[in-house]
Design a protein around this ligand. Structure first.
Ligand code: NAP
Ligand code: F7E
Length: 325
C-alpha cells in the first residue's frame, strides 16, 4: 500500500450497504477491508453480484468480540471505519432482544473502543436509523427530533447513537452518526418488505407463486436507494468536523402504495394477490416515518437521485432476471 492510499474498514461488508459502500470506496481508490462474522454458509453473494469480491480484504471478526475488532483495526490500519454490522431486521429484534442489544448497541461501543485504542485519529461512521424516532415526536423528523424507539432494535440503536456522540465529546474522536431512513435496492435482504414484495411480484409474474402475504400495509416509510445513501456515509467521514445527519428523501409512501407500484410495473393489480396475514404484524409498529434531509443537503451537498418508482422498477426487474436465469 502506498503512503497516500487510504484504508477503510467496513463492518457488515456482506450486507446491502456494506456491498455498495465497498464498491464506492474501491472506485475512489481505497484499500477496503471488511469485517465479517464466521458463518457456516457463504455470505458473499452481494459482493460477488457487484463484481468486487476479489477487490476487498476479508477479516474474520464479530462485533460481539472486542479482540477481533482490535485485530481488524491493526490489520487494516484503517483511516476510516464504517460500523454497518448489525442484526438489522426489526421483526427479529423481539425474538432476540439480547443479541440485538449486544451486537447493535454494545457492539458499537466495542468498535469505538477498538478505534480509540488502536488509532483514535481514524474517522468513524455509525449506522444509525430512523427507527430511533419510532413513535414520532414531529411530523418531519430531523436531527433535533427526540427519539422514541418502538422495538428492541430501535432501543439498541439509540444506545449506539449516543455512544457515538459521547466518544466524540469525551475523546475528541471524529465520530459521526448517520440517521438513515429506509433504503432499499436489488441487494436488499428478502425479509424486508420492499424486497419481499418485488421478489413475490416477479415470482407471480413468472407463474411460480400465487399470492403475497403481508402484515400491516398501512404503515408509511421514507424509502430511498441504498446506492445513493452510501455516498452520504462517505461524505460524513470527509468533513472537517464530525456531526449527526438525517439522510432521507423527504417523501413518505405506504406499504400498500409501494405494492401497487411493484405489481403495476408488470401489469398486475396488487389486490388480486395480496393476503393480509396477522403473522407479519409487529408487537409495536412504527406507523409513519418522514425525514427532513435539509442539513445533509446544505452541509454535505448530498441529495437522493432515485425516486421510489425507479427504485421499485429496478428491484422488480432484478428479481425477474434472477428468477428467469
Ligand atoms: P444488512 O443487509 O442486514 O447487513 C448487516 C450486516 O451486518 C451483514 O453483513 C451481517 O452479516 C453483519 N452482522 C450481523 N451480525 C454481526 C456481528 N455480530 N458482527 C459483525 N457483523 C455482523 O443491513 P443493511 O441494510 O446493509 O444496513 C447496514 C446498517 O445500517 C445496519 O447497521 C442497519 O441496522 C443500519 N440501517 C439500515 C437501514 C436500511 O434501511 N437498510 C436504515 C438505517 C440504518 P451476516 O449477513 O453474516 O449476518
Ligand atoms: O418493514 C411493514 C412493517 O421490515 C417496513 C430496516 O432496514 O428500516 C428497516 O426497518 C414496514 C413495517 O423495514 C410486512 O410492519 C408489512 O411497518 O421492510 P421492513 P423496517 O422495519 O422499517 C429501518 C430504517 C432500519 O434501520 C432497519 O434496519 O413494512 N410490513 N408486512 C412488513 N414488513 C416485513 N418485513 N414483512 C412483511 O410481511
Amino acid at each position: 500500500m502506498s503512503n497516500t492510499t487510504r484504508s477503510a474498514l467496513i463492518t457488515g461488508i456482506t450486507g446491502q450497504d456494506g456491498a455498495y459502500l465497498a464498491r464506492l470506496l474501491l472506485g475512489k481508490g481505497y484499500e477496503v477491508y471488511g469485517l465479517a462474522p464466521r458463518r457456516s454458509t457463504d455470505t458473499s453473494w452481494r459482493l460477488r453480484e457487484l463484481g468486487i469480491l476479489d477487490g476487498v480484504h476479508m477479516i474474520d471478526g464479530d462485533l460481539a468480540d472486542l479482540s477481533s475488532l482490535i485485530r481488524a483495526m491493526e490489520t487494516s490500519r484503517a483511516d476510516e471505519v464504517y460500523n454497518l454490522g448489525a442484526q438489522s431486521f426489526v421483526g427479529t429484534s423481539w425474538q432476540q432482544p439480547l443479541l440485538t442489544a449486544d451486537v447493535d448497541g454494545t457492539g458499537a461501543i466495542r468498535m469505538l473502543e477498538a478505534v480509540r485504542i488502536v488509532n483514535r485519529e481514524a474517522h468513524y461512521y455509525q449506522a444509525s436509523t430512523s427507527e430511533m424516532f419510532g413513535l414520532i415526536q414531529a411530523d418531519r423528523q430531523d436531527e433535533n427530533t427526540p427519539f422514541y424507539p418502538r422495538s428492541p432494535y430501535g432501543v439498541a440503536k439509540v444506545m449506539a447513537h449516543w455512544a457515538t456522540v459521547n466518544y466524540r465529546e469525551s475523546h475528541g474522536m471524529h465520530a459521526s452518526s448517520g440517521i438513515l431512513f429506509n433504503h432499499e435496492s436489488p441487494l436488499r435482504g428478502i425479509e424486508f418488505v420492499t424486497r419481499k414484495v418485488t421478489h413475490a411480484v416477479a415470482s407471480i409474474k413468472l407463474g411460480k407463486q400465487k399470492e403475497l402475504r403481508l402484515g400491516n400495509i398501512d404503515s408509511k416509510r421514507d424509502w430511498g436507494f441504498a446506492g445513493d445513501y452510501v455516498e452520504a456515509m462517505w461524505l460524513m467521514t470527509q468533513q472537517p468536523s464530525p456531526d449527526d445527519y438525517v439522510v432521507a428523501t423527504g417523501i413518505t409512501v405506504s406499504v400498500r402504495d409501494m405494492c401497487k407500484l411493484a405489481f403495476a410495473h408488470v401489469g398486475l393489480n396488487y389486490e388480486d394477490y395480496l393476503v393480509i396475514d396477522p403473522k407479519f404484524m409487529r408487537p409495536a409498529e412504527v406507523d409513519v416515518l418522514l425525514g427532513n434531509p435539509a442539513k445533509a443537503k446544505a452541509k454535505l451537498g448530498w441529495t437522493p437521485h432515485t425516486p421510489i418508482e425507479e427504485l421499485v422498477a429496478m428491484m422488480v426487474d432484478a428479481d425477474l432476471r434472477r428468477l428467469s436465469a
